[in-house]
Design a protein around this ligand. Sequence first.
Ligand code: NDP
Length: 371
Amino acid sequence: MTTMGSRRDFLEKLSISAISLPILYSPAQLFAASIEPYEGPVLRVAIMGLGSYGTRVAKAMESCKRAKLVGLISGTPSKVVDWRAKYGIPEKNCYNYSNFDAIKNNPDIDAVYVITPNGLHKDQVIRVAKAGKHVICEKPMGINAKEGQEMVDACKAANVKLLVGYRMHFEPKTVEVIKMRKNGEFGELKFFQGLSGFVIGDPTQWRLNKELAGGGAMMDIGIYSINGARYMLGEEPIWVTAQETKTDPVKFKEGVDETIQFQMGFPSGAVASCLSTYAMRHLDRFFLSGEKGFVEMKPSTGYGPIEGKTHKGELTQPHITHQTLQMDGMAQLIFEGVQPIVPVDGEEGLKDLKIIDAIYKAVKTGKKVDL
Ligand code: NDP
């Protein structure tokens, strides 16, 4: 998502961003935790794909306590030179896409974070797993459920963790809302609305290439509404319906969706109505309605600060760089088995891919698709 803002709030400027526990809320708790010295294990991470999001993750990791950038995998030697200088990375921890299987013999790297175009994730993740390293993979985990299943199976066979870059699962306001939902504070949930979109620029970018992107807006941004519907409602959908509109068939070629509206039905009877688009601005909003209360979040999944309110008032949890929390949280998960409030594992990534497959099928057939 190239259009997200990256403002930092007051707390972040105070270096509170070193905080690592994903489900701490109050500023006092956060402050106390951030000044505690940390002497436990540090997850030594290599980033694969030094693009725009990889750059953001690397910067955020500078504030991590439990995770550290120690290696690079890139197809662009000039970037490797720059990043090595910036992050003090030794040459022996740098690889390209042809030789990175040799990471197997590198005892100084624990995990690889795959931040390349979606269509490359599956093969790259499986190669990393075969090299015996834990894998963190960006969303969407793959480009369909078949790929996702192969990835899950390969990581299981290699006995390595597969985690997906679901940064919102560590974001304090989102976590607070999920806690409230778990505590029944919204009563019986009836309806979720997710609006996810932005206007995409350069028509030559990989995001508009079916092979590399796996689709269009749904793969890139619509997935936030899918994942959000699931964590906000706390259920798995049992059916989907979907309708596609395309105003620019030159820019959005066959297989690259511009705008899809979709609906999901849940076992409790709750329904979700969502919009995924590469052609409209100001779409980053979640709304949840229950019998006893509501939540409105806008922005809901951008880089933050996330803003929102419930029937009880404003959400006031502090903004902390999402990727810092995510990487510290993932290190804690790997080393200590501490789970975030909503999973970030391969099975979680696979659930979203199954829903995306069903949405594309519903668009094609015009029919309700059962999950
Ligand atoms: P970019 O195009 O900015 O970067 C992708 C990088 O992948 C490139 O710079 C390149 O790095 C590498 N790469 C390898 N092969 C190719 C290829 N054939 N074409 C283009 N690049 C290639 O993309 P983003 O960083 O924005 O997105 C990467 C992934 O991160 C996607 O899966 C996306 O969905 C996800 N993402 C997640 C976000 C989140 O908030 N969780 C936000 C933004 C993106 P090099 O030159 O080093 O080889």
